[in-house]
Ligand binder design. Structure first.
Ligand code: GRF
Length: 216
C-alpha cells in the first residue's frame, strides 16, 4: 500500500517505518522545523507542512490534507506523532485504513503525554498500542499491543526510551501485515491472519519477553 505518514515530532517512528521498507508516498507535518521533516529529507520522501492556524477549522484542514494525499496516490494513513484530530470526512474516506501508534496500553492513558500519565498513576506496566483511527480520541479497534514494565527508578526519559524501542518494532510489523492483506477489522475485533498473527503476539515484541532480551 502507498502510505502517508502524518507527523509532528522527532520522527523516530517515521524512520523505523522507512528503514523497514514501508512504502511512504508522502510525509505531512502539522508543525514546521521538526525532526521528522529532516528524516523525510534524509530518505528523499516528499514532505508537506500543513499548519492548523492557516485553516479556519478542522474540516478545512482535512480537505487540504486529502488534496495532498490524493495528489500522491495515498491508500492509507499512518499517524506517528501527529497531534491533531482528523476530521470526519478524512476518517470516513480512509475508514479502517488509518493507523495510530500510542504510547500506553489503551484504553488506559489516552490523549497527550501517555508516558507521563502512566508514571504519575504509578502503574507497574504500561506499553504501546497500534490501533485503527475512528472518530474518537484513541478509541478505535486495537490491532496490536505490547506491554512495557515500569521500573521503580524510571523517569519520563527512561520510560519513553523503552517505549520507543518497542514502538519501532511493533509499528512496522503491523504495517507489513496490513500490506500483505492479513488484517481484517470486524467491529471492534481485529483479526490477523496467518503466522504474522502470532508474530504480533505481545510477548514476541516485549524486550523482557522471549527473543528480544537485551534489545535496545
Ligand atoms: C510516539 O511516542 C507515539 O507513540 C506518539 O508520538 C510519539 C512520536 O514519536 N503518538 P516520534 O516522532 O515518532 O519520534
Amino acid at each position: 500500500m502507498r502510505w502517508a505518514v502524518l507527523v509532528g515530532g522527532q520522527g523516530t517512528n517515521l524512520k523505523a517505518l522507512l528503514e523497514a521498507g514501508i512504502e511512504v508516498a508522502v510525509v505531512v507535518s502539522h508543525r514546521a522545523g521538526v525532526g521528522a521533516l529532516g528524516i523525510a529529507a534524509d530518505y528523499r520522501v516528499p514532505a508537506e507542512v500543513l499548519l492548523p492556524r492557516q485553516f479556519s477549522d478542522r474540516a478545512a484542514y482535512g480537505q487540504a490534507l486529502r488534496e495532498i494525499l490524493a495528489r500522491f496516490g495515498v491508500e492509507g494513513i499512518l499517524l506517528a506523532g501527529f497531534l491533531r484530530w482528523l476530521d470526519q470526512d478524512t476518517v470516513e474516506h480512509y475508514r479502517n485504513r488509518i493507523l495510530n501508534i500510542h504510547p500506553s496500553l489503551l484504553p488506559a492513558f489516552p490523549g497527550l503525554d501517555g508516558v507521563g500519565q502512566a508514571l504519575r498513576w504509578g502503574v507497574r506496566w504500561t506499553g504501546v498500542t497500534v490501533h485503527i483511527v475512528d472518530e474518537g480520541q484513541d478509541t478505535g479497534p486495537i490491532v496490536a499491543q505490547c506491554p512495557v514494565p515500569v521500573a521503580a527508578d524510571d523517569d519520563e526519559e527512561s520510560l519513553a526510551a523503552k517505549i520507543h524501542a518497542v514502538e519501532h518494532r511493533l509499528y512496522p510489523a503491523v504495517v507489513k501485515a496490513f500490506d500483505q492483506g492479513l488484517i481484517r477489522v470486524e467491529g471492534r475485533q481485529v483479526r490477523i491472519a496467518g503466522p504474522v498473527g502470532s508474530l504480533l503476539d505481545h510477548w514476541a515484541w516485549n524486550p523482557v519477553g522471549a527473543g528480544l532480551a537485551g534489545a535496545t
